[in-house]
Design a protein around this ligand. Structure first.
Ligand SMILES: Nc1ncnc2c1ncn2[C@@H]1O[C@H](COP(=O)(O)OP(=O)(O)OP(=O)(O)O)[C@@H](O)[C@H]1O
Length: 292
C-alpha cells in the first residue's frame, strides 16, 4: 500500500522564502531527529532537569513518563524553545542549538501540541488547521507575490493539505464549526491536525490523551501512529496514561527528580525495578496496554 499523504506539498521553490533557519544553527550531519546532550535546568534551588541525554530517531515514538514534578514539561518546553537550558546542547537533525529559536521551529520541521489546548477558538476548524502552514512563506514574500499565479498556487496547495488532514482525522463534519464550540476530545483532534498538516519531522505532544474518553484515546493513538507510518515523523509524547504509553510507544524514557532513570522498550521499562520504585509501583501493576 502506498504511504498516505497528509500534505504532499512541494516546498523546494519556496525554500528561499523560509526565514534563514540554517544561518542560526551549526550543521552536523547524520544526527537523529532529536538529540539532547547533557541538558540541565534549574529554577532557583530546584533542579528541574539534570544532565539529560536523549535521542529520538526518525519514525520512532518516544514517551516520556515520570511522577509529578519529574521534569517532563520542562523537557518539552526546552525542546520547543519556551525554556532556556542552563547547560547542554540540542539537535534537530543536522541543526544544533543551545537555545531553540521558537519562531523557527515550524520551519525546522518541529510542531507541538499543548496540554491545555492552544487553538484559536473563534476560528473554524479549517482555519485552525491552515494556521499549521502559516510559517511556510514570510509575510514580506507574500506581499510581493500577492495576486500572482504563484500566490494562488501556494494557497491552493495549502488548502488541499488542510482538507486532506481534516479528512484523515475524521474532522470533515466539524470543518466549518468554530473550534471553541466543539467537544474537548474533538478539539484535541483539531490541535493534532494542525500539528500534522505540515508533515513535521518531529512532533511533540504534551499529554495528548488527557481528559478524553477511552474511545477517543484509541482514535487519537491511531492518528499518532499513522503520522509516524505515513511520513516517518519522530514523535515525543508526555503522557500519564500508562496503558496508552505501553501500547503506542517504541521506547519509553523515565524521569524522576529531573534525572533520566530508565530508557528502553515498554517491556524493559515496565520490568525495571528503579521505575517500579519511583513511578509504576503497585498501583500500576494492573494497567493493561491499550489495544490499538
Ligand atoms: N516556571 C517554573 N518556575 C519554577 N519552577 C518550575 C517551573 N517549571 C517547573 N518548575 C519546577 O521544576 C520541576 C519540574 O517540573 P515539571 O513541570 O517539568 O514536571 P512534570 O514532570 O512535567 O510534572 P507534572 O507531571 O506535574 O506536569 C518541579 O519541581 C517544578 O515545580
Amino acid at each position: 500500500m502506498p504511504p498516505r499523504r497528509y500534505a504532499d506539498v512541494p516546498t523546494e521553490r519556496r525554500n528561499d522564502a523560509l526565514d534563514g533557519v540554517a544561518d542560526e544553527s551549526a550543521k552536523t550531519p547524520g544526527r537523529p531527529a532529536l538529540g539532547l546532550a547533557n541538558i540541565s535546568l534549574a529554577f532557583g534551588g530546584v533542579a528541574a532537569l539534570r544532565e539529560i541525554n536523549l535521542e529520538v530517531e526518525p519514525g520512532e515514538i518516544l514517551a516520556v513518563i515520570g511522577p509529578n514534578g519529574a521534569g517532563k514539561s520542562s523537557l518539552l518546553n526546552i525542546v520547543s524553545g519556551l525554556y532556556r537550558p542552563d547547560r547542554g546542547q540540542m539537535w534537530f537533525g543536522e541543526h544544533s542549538f543551545r537555545d531553540v529559536p521558537t519562531t523557527k521551529l515550524a520551519a525546522l520541521g518541529v510542531t507541538r501540541t499543548f496540554q491545555n489546548l492552544a487553538l484559536f477558538k473563534g476560528l473554524s476548524v479549517f482555519d485552525n488547521v491552515l494556521m499549521g502552514l502559516a510559517h511556510r512563506v514570510r509575510a514580506g514574500f507574500l506581499r510581493q507575490i500577492v495576486g500572482s499565479p504563484l500566490a494562488r498556487r501556494i494557497e491552493a496547495e495549502n488548502h488541499a493539505a488542510a482538507e486532506e488532514v481534516i479528512e484523515s482525522l475524521h474532522l470533515t463534519k466539524a470543518r466549518d464549526r468554530l473550534a471553541g464550540a466543539l467537544p474537548y476530545g474533538v478539539q484535541k483532534r483539531v490541535e493534532l491536525a494542525r500539528a500534522l498538516v505540515a508533515r513535521p519531522k518531529l512532533l511533540l505532544l504534551d499529554e495528548p490523551f488527557a481528559g478524553v474518553t477511552l474511545a477517543e484515546k484509541r482514535e487519537l493513538s491511531l492518528h499518532v501512529r499513522n503520522a509516524r507510518d505515513s511520513f516517518g515523523a519522530a514523535i515525543v509524547l508526555i503522557e500519564h496514561d500508562i496503558g496508552v504509553v505501553m501500547g503506542l510507544s517504541d521506547r519509553v524514557a523515565v524521569l524522576d527528580y529531573g534525572r533520566k532513570i530508565a530508557d528502553g522498550t515498554p517491556d524493559q521499562v515496565r520490568a525495571d525495578p528503579a521505575v517500579i520504585d519511583a513511578y509504576l509501583g503497585v498501583a500500576h501493576e494492573d494497567d493493561k496496554e491499550l489495544a490499538i
